[in-house]
Design a protein around this ligand. Structure first.
Ligand SMILES: Cc1cc2nc3c(=O)[nH]c(=O)nc-3n(C[C@H](O)[C@H](O)[C@H](O)COP(=O)(O)OP(=O)(O)OC[C@H]3O[C@@H](n4cnc5c(N)ncnc54)[C@H](O)[C@@H]3O)c2cc1C
Length: 367
């Protein structure tokens, strides 16, 4: 019998976890489609902004990771999913047929309809975004950088830039880091202010001009560089034969399946636990990628999936600079702050790198 063909679209946290799981068994022809030549360590990208940092330090080339693993890699992007026909149309105009498709294409930057925002602000979602911002700030200390959004990404970006620039964070909610409890949020606020970051919360931007923001109350705020970190949107893919929710995400069952033979994992997979949406994180993406891959393997073997996806939420850690952070760990939410939180976050990063490298090295010697 010919091996089933599996297409994994997107080699991020979810896609690489899925590939590692498929690869260990070597029971299918597996193709990765990704427009980027590198696996992007997105949660590490804010640290690329510090002096001496580089975006390249936070990426891993697919050519090296997948060497000798039998996984084919195609540098392209899925533009359209034709679920019923088991085909994907690629940006290049080519197409791929599949027996199984895993859509692990992540998310995109959410751009609200604030006039001028998209023209003037630097987004911060991918390695390309991080490089563009780094290039803009290079050799230019002391710039007035306004970070729109005081959530996880905005706080990390502000914390990194504060050493060399004048930084202001504008957050629509009444406090920075609305994702964590008020105590941790206050700690983050205090640390950022000590570092010279000005925080305005709540703050609503009405319009953006080339070098100033027009605020809801009528004030204007000047900037040299504007960074937008105000949230994520669904991937830019056309889904035919897939039910979509009101926010533009495919509707999954409890196994991440969105159509016969089509699964989602990572940011593109909206996971609910007791009715609540589980925050889209790298950790959840990795777990979902592994889970969905194992579900597909089970279906290939005997058609029966295991129990539904039940993520083990391990926590959330936010870096405030190179030595301080905040967050909480474990399912019940143990609050951590300061040096321990930052050290833990560093440990999570380095463990991920070694785990990823090791999983493909093991794979290539398994067969
Ligand atoms: C600045 C920042 C900091 C963060 N910090 C943390 C953190 O500390 N902890 C945490 O857990 N989470 C963090 N997150 C969230 C985390 O990065 C995401 O939840 C995670 O990357 C999602 O994984 P993914 O595999 O779904 O997508 P991604 O990791 O984004 O990977 C998607 C992949 O799909 C590819 N792709 C895109 N479109 C297509 C297409 N059409 N066809 C084929 N391939 C495509 C992309 O090139 C990319 O390789 C952070 C996010 C940001 C932006």
């Amino acid at each position: 019998m010919p091996k089933p063909s599996i297409v994994v679209a997107g080699g991020g946290y979810a896609g690489m976890a899925a590939l590692a799981a498929f690869q260990r068994r070597n029971s299918a022809d597996v193709t990765l489609v990704d427009p980027s030549p590198v696996h992007q360590l997105i949660p590490e990208l804010p640290t690329a902004l510090r002096e001496g940092g580089s975006v390249g330090q936070h990426t891993m080339p697919f050519a090296e990771l997948l060497k000798d693993t039998g996984v084919s890699w195609r540098q392209d992007a899925v533009r359209r999913v034709l679920a019923a026909e088991k085909r994907v149309i690629l940006h290049s105009g080519g197409e791929l047929v599949f027996d199984w498709l895993l859509m692990c294409v992540g998310s995109t930057t959410r751009w609200p309809s604030v006039p001028g925002l998209r023209n003037h602000a630097y987004p911060f979602r991918t390695a390309v975004d991080a490089q563009a911002l780094r290039d803009r700030l290079a050799h230019n200390d002391g710039l007035m950088v306004v970070v729109l959004g005081g959530g996880l990404t905005g706080v990390e970006v502000a914390g990194e830039l504060a050493a060399r620039h004048r930084v202001r964070v504008l957050e629509a909610a009444p406090r920075v880091l609305p994702e964590v409890g008020p105590g941790l949020s206050r700690y983050a606020d205090r640390v950022l202010r000590q570092k010279g970051v000005a925080i305005l919360a709540p703050a609503q931007v009405k319009a953006v001009e080339a070098s100033r923001l027009l605020m809801d109350g009528g004030d204007a705020i000047s900037y040299d560089v504007l960074v937008w970190t105000g949230g994520i949107a669904p991937p830019d893919v056309d889904w035919a034969g897939v039910d979509m929710d009101d926010h533009g995400y495919p509707v999954p069952d409890e196994w991440g399946q969105v159509a016969p033979s089509v699964f989602v994992a990572g940011d593109a997979y909206i996971v609910r636990r007791r009715g609540e949406i589980v925050p889209q994180t790298a950790q959840l993406a990795e777990e979902a990628g592994t889970f969905v891959a194992h579900t597909v393997l089970a279906r290939i073997r005997d058609g029966r999936p295991g129990p539904p996806f039940d993520p083990h939420f391990k926590g959330l850690l936010v870096a405030l600079d190179s030595h301080r952070g905040v967050g909480w760990v474990m399912r019940r939410g143990l609050a951590v702050k300061g040096y321990s939180a930052r050290a833990l976050k560093g440990l999570v990063f380095s463990q991920y790198r070694s785990r990823l490298g090791a999983s493909f090295r093991e794979a290539s010697t398994d067969d």
